[in-house]
Design a protein around this ligand. Structure first.
Ligand code: FAD
Ligand code: FES
Length: 249
């Protein structure tokens, strides 16, 4: 059930974001995720940030699980199950990609591999030290813009301010739910897909921990289209704790 791979490369992307790269011959589509198992510590979901022959995960160290993941070194074993979930699909010719925080990890393979005529890439972060994948994505974009909340790099403001700046047919988003809520509310008649993050246990549609208004993020998503996102009244407003209790953001 678990795949076991050897870590080939470990990259420090910024002060608390790492990528781990490994070889695995499974097929992964952009936007899909895996459940990473760190024996004796935890199991948690992570988007594939590299999906070619070399696969990878890119993560921010925030708690025990991601700390243990960041302590793995080249040559050590990594266990995971997947790939799971729905992936991004190409709609229209001009795509606007809006990535908030670590959301860029999920969008990066789609930005690289998709065949849109125009790719407008927007990366948003609180401050410049939180950014990563700039060099990776700059060359793949027709337009590349950074937004920082404190103005330390790029345009001062929120990544969602880009909705008013550019013409596009479809928007692809991954980041905090409040960011995705703003896009859903402002996108009008354009196409939209967004990848959501909810607390996950099974990762395969059995336990309901990741439920939002009747959708299971692990099995019905994590990538949802606009029609589904519109039906999610809790999006950006309420979340589920690990015990299943509903709390407000
Ligand atoms: C589909 C999906 C894809 C994701 N992709 C990425 C990614 O590419 N890069 C990245 O840095 N993070 C990603 N995450 C978030 C990642 O799962 C959490 O950062 C990680 O689980 C934190 O674990 P921890 O033990 O370090 O922190 P903890 O201290 O255990 O938790 C800190 C916070 O992380 C989140 N979290 C913890 N456990 C889970 C869980 N089982 N399911 C969902 N959220 C959890 C919660 O918001 C929690 O409050 C993704 C989440 C989902 C659902
Ligand atoms: S994590 Fe169990 S149903 Fe989604």
């Amino acid at each position: 059930m678990y795949r076991m791979v050897n870590i080939q490369e470990k990259i420090k992307e910024n002060r608390d974001v790492y990528s781990i790269i490994f070889r695995d011959d499974i097929k992964v589509k952009p936007g899909q995720f895996a459940m990473i198992w760190i024996p004796g510590v935890d199991e948690f979901p992570m988007s594939f940030s590299y999906i070619g022959n070399a696969k990878g995960f890119t993560f921010k160290v925030i708690g025990e699980g991601t700390k243990a993941l960041s302590s793995l070194e080249v040559g050590e074993r990594l266990f995971y199950r997947g790939p799971y979930g729905k992936f991004y699909t190409e709609k229209g010719e001009k795509a606007l990609f809006i990535a908030g925080g670590t959301g860029v990890a999920s969008l990066a393979p789609f930005i690289e591999d998709s065949n849109f005529k125009e790719k407008i890439v927007v990366i948003g972060a609180k401050t410049k030290d939180d950014l990563f994948f700039i060099d990776r994505l700059k060359n793949k974009s027709s337009v590349f813009t950074i937004f920082t909340e404190d103005g330390s790099l790029g345009i001062k403001g929120l990544a969602t301010d880009s909705l008013k700046l550019y013409n596009f047919d479809s928007v692809y988003a991954c980041g905090p739910e409040k960011m995705i809520r703003v896009i859903v509310d402002q996108v009008g008649n354009k196409e939209m897909q967004a990848s959501l993050e909810r607390y996950m246990k099974c990762g395969i549609g059995l336990c309901d921990s990741c439920a939002i208004n009747g959708f299971r993020v692990c099995a019905d998503g994590p990538v949802f289209n606009k029609d589904d996102l519109i039906l999610m009244k809790d999006l950006g407003r309420n979340y589920r704790t690990p015990s299943g209790k509903i709390s407000s953001y």
